[in-house]
Design a protein around this ligand. Sequence first.
Ligand SMILES: NC(=O)c1ccc[n+]([C@@H]2O[C@H](COP(=O)([O-])OP(=O)(O)OC[C@H]3O[C@@H](n4cnc5c(N)ncnc54)[C@H](OP(=O)(O)O)[C@@H]3O)[C@@H](O)[C@H]2O)c1
Length: 357
Amino acid sequence: MSSDQKEAANVGVFTAIEHAEYGHPASVLRLVERPMSEVEPGPHDALVRVSKRPIHPGDLLMIAGDKRGGRAAPIPAGAPRTPGFEGVGVIEKLGSNAAHQGQFAVGQRVMFLSGTGRTWATYSKVPVTSLVAVPDEVSDAVAAQILINTMTAQVVLRAGHNALPVPELPVTVIQTAAGSSVMRIVTALGQKIGLTMIRLVRTRAGAELLEASLPGTPVIATEASGWQEQVRSAMGSRPVHVIFDAVGGALVDDLTSLLSDGGTVVNFGWLGTGAPDLSGFAPRGLAFKGVVFTEWMNFSLAEQKQHRDMAMQLAKEAPHVFAIAGEYPLADFRKAIEHASGPGKNGVVLLTSQVGL
Ligand SMILES: NC(=O)c1ccc[n+]([C@@H]2O[C@H](COP(=O)([O-])OP(=O)(O)OC[C@H]3O[C@@H](n4cnc5c(N)ncnc54)[C@H](OP(=O)(O)O)[C@@H]3O)[C@@H](O)[C@H]2O)c1
């Protein structure tokens, strides 16, 4: 009997990807069957049958134990870790207290954050406080990738706002890795609030792809010689006080020449190589500000609601912002990871719950 058939016949197992040690994802990850008793919901939990989950760069960094993905907690012997920070699915069972509250119902479609990771499995036990209802107009493929990337985008925008000498429009910002999933959302939200954005990608092919899929603001390829001149020409006489950066590395040195004195690089990722030379920051009063999506939890409840509403609205009216690079069954996780890690990807790679064995 295949894993798909066993699950369909409800013989008490679910399928998960797990690792017992940190290392190269292709080497340390395994597809396994686990007993359903492991995901039996407690009083405040829901059992979610997960349909799709994204492969975030942060998932791969965490599996590799790379500090750019955050702190890798020791994996206890005999208790392998299942990756995956978010996902979408259907509530299959509610714990006693959760059912009593009546906020969610069995059969309802929800997206959720899993905290320390565990959505790369066909079932997940999720605290009801982590569930968000998915409107009918939003597909599973979009819902699976909404939470972390929109939270990151809001944290980035807030850090940029806080860094402005005068928080008034017009504001011109430069974005690096502008074709990345997070930066596409930053662009879309930035356009809504009236920011003027100059977008950088590394290749001409990437620039063409981004201009075609998300038009509206200039896209400049850093592989072209004289790209900084192109940026200056796009800036015109407008100062740039803030750069939104997901590349880091040696590119930071090139970026700071475009920044006004007193300006800030808001960094949320380190896709690049090399080390920046920050020795010129102090004399020019420049700042380098790292941000992480979990800072979003510090926003007021009213702001969080406003951000969630904006994210849902964006997902409904502009689903192309949440581009899908590819979908793979869980058993093809190695192919999916290769796709997610490779260059020229347009959007998020998703793992689907068709186990495929
Ligand atoms: N701080 C946080 O809380 C947080 C949250 C979410 C994500 N992140 C980080 O944010 C970054 C983007 O994540 P994502 O999910 O949006 O990424 P993504 O969708 O996987 O896209 C990656 C993008 O980066 C570009 N890229 C890759 N290497 C590059 C390099 N060396 N120089 C310039 N561009 C490069 C790729 O462009 P090509 O087309 O040229 O390949 C692609 O457009 C990652 O570093 C991720 O870890 C951080």
